[in-house]
Design a protein around this ligand. Structure first.
Ligand code: FAD
Length: 432
């Protein structure tokens, strides 16, 4: 009899909560990863860089496990179907894994647990990708917070060294099951191509120190680019939080808390993945002009900061936070295009795509989210450019033709007109 550890969004051996508990169990541990067709089959781009990133990460994991005489079993199937096979192939005591909070993952885990329990197999899952989850930081009356600042204060109050302790998995690697596994199915056999995207490294430390001063200026690399690694668990949130504490870098830690805040919100209000958090915002009559949407996607709006951001996204899979706010505001408020269109476009392109933060960021920009700021806060894309890219370094990098006015497109909408139109449409929806 063996125990299985199922890797998902925690693609590392180091400080992995579920793996640690599996290794401390009484049976040898077989490690597993499933390329889940329920997710892969829905991806639109066959060279989706995130699939290559996952692929590289599990190759690395397999090599690491092989140095301990073990291996990684890799399946390519719908998760439910893969499990039906696995329970036939192996005599299993308990399956260990880490919590995954997105609505699809929660459903998937429920049905896998059901299948396993029917066979008398245990299913144990652990908190790993956040410091505090679900109901751990709630109001005094037990209800979830719906505003960030009081949530953040309570988060800090609750933080004790205990929560930042590393799980010493390395000590127990002798309990891995000794075996060989077949080769990982090739990307091609799964219908994907290798992407030539350059992935950010894990060296976040150097960005923590000057974060507060540099984080708002897209021309400098002033932020950590760690989102992709957090998304797939190739870094440990406990390590990151400890480092932020070491440097007394509250501004950066506050951002990590935003991530947990949005995950907590999505957990308690799963409907907000495609409905306004403030329901009255679903009454807005969007213009949804397809041609303007395409111009926005391609970075051809005639607003240089918006265009630079969209081109950065299309080329690298990353966009600076300040510019995410500006492009999202431009789409939902200036163009009056449903924020869900933009959310889906970002979901397709962002390497660090995280449903909770993306939906949270988009609803923040559209005014329909948890934020208390009034809807009439509408970014002016030109003033934002002057403030945050005064030397035009970022703009000229991504929109080189900007210097030549005859080549750069005219604005697809006049901002003053768009602002008035937006105020009218929002007012109409919200005062009904
Ligand atoms: P840093 O600035 O170095 O911050 C470190 C980490 O903190 C980030 O990697 C991220 O995990 C977290 N973080 C930082 N800012 C936020 C924030 N505002 N909300 C939640 N978490 C935050 N972030 C995502 O991780 N995935 C998304 O899909 C995503 N979509 C967004 C969409 C919109 C419209 C907006 C306005 C923001 C979005 N964000 C998203 C938040 C933020 O823009 C990115 O986390 C950040 O730009 C990533 O860069 P970084 O890794 O260098 O972060």
């Amino acid at each position: 009899v063996l125990n299985i550890f199922w890797f998902r969004r925690d693609l590392r051996v180091h400080d992995n909560a579920g793996l640690y508990h599996a290794l401390k169990g009484s049976n040898p541990v077989l490690c597993l990863f499933i390329f889940d067709r329920e997710i892969l089959d829905k991806l639109e781009d066959k060279d989706d860089a995130r699939v290559t990133f996952i692929y590289n990460s599990i190759e690395e994991l397999k090599e690491k496990l092989e140095t301990h005489g073990s291996s990684l079993l890799v399946k390519y199937d719908k998760a439910g179907d893969a499990w039906k096979e696995i329970v036939k192939e192996y005599a299993i005591g308990t399956v260990y894994t880490n919590h995954d909070y997105e609505p699809y993952a929660a459903e998937r885990d429920k049905s896998v647990e059901h299948l396993l329990k029917k066979q008398g197999i245990g299913f144990e899952t652990f908190k790993d990708q956040v410091i505090f989850e679900k109901d751990e930081v709630v109001k005094d009356d037990g209800l979830p917070y719906t505003v960030y600042t009081p949530y953040m204060r309570k988060w800090y109050q609750k933080l004790k060294p205990f929560y930042l302790k590393s799980y010493p998995t390395e000590k127990y690697l002798g309990n891995l099951c000794q075996h060989n596994s077949p080769a990982i199915p090739s990307l091609k056999s799964m219908g994907f191509e290798k992407s030539d995207c350059e992935f950010p490294d894990r060296n976040y430390e150097q960005f923590i120190k000057d974060y507060a001063d540099k984080r708002n200026f897209p021309a400098t690399k002033g932020t950590s680019h760690i989102g992709l690694h957090l998304r797939f668990g190739t870094v440990s949130i406990r390590d990151l939080t400890r480092k932020a504490n070491e440097y007394y870098e509250k501004t950066w830690l506050d951002e990590l808390i935003w991530r947990e805040f949005y995950m907590m919100i999505l957990h308690h209000f799963p409907k907000t993945m495609d409905h306004a958090f403030k329901p009255e915002y679903d009454r807005i009559r969007w213009v949804n002009d397809e041609k303007q949407f395409k111009a926005w996607c391609k970075g051809q709006t005639g607003y240089p900061l918006v265009d630079a951001g969209m081109r950065e996204l299309n080329t690298t899979g990353f966009m600076h936070n300040r510019v995410r706010m500006v492009t999202a505001s431009f789409l939902s408020k200036d163009l009056l295009i449903d924020w869900r269109w933009g959310e889906r476009y970002f979901a397709r392109k962002l390497l660090d795509y995280e449903m909770a933060s993306n939906v949270g960021g988009w609803q923040w920009a559209a005014g329909s989210g948890t934020d208390a700021a009034p809807y009439f806060r509408i970014f002016n894309p030109d003033s934002q450019a002057k403030k945050f890219d005064p030397e035009l370094v970022y703009i000229k990098k991504w929109v080189p033709e900007y210097a030549d006015f005859s080549k750069y497109p005219k604005p697809i909408i006049d901002h003053t007109f768009a602002r008035e139109r937006c105020l009218k449409a929002f007012k109409e929806a919200l005062t009904k």
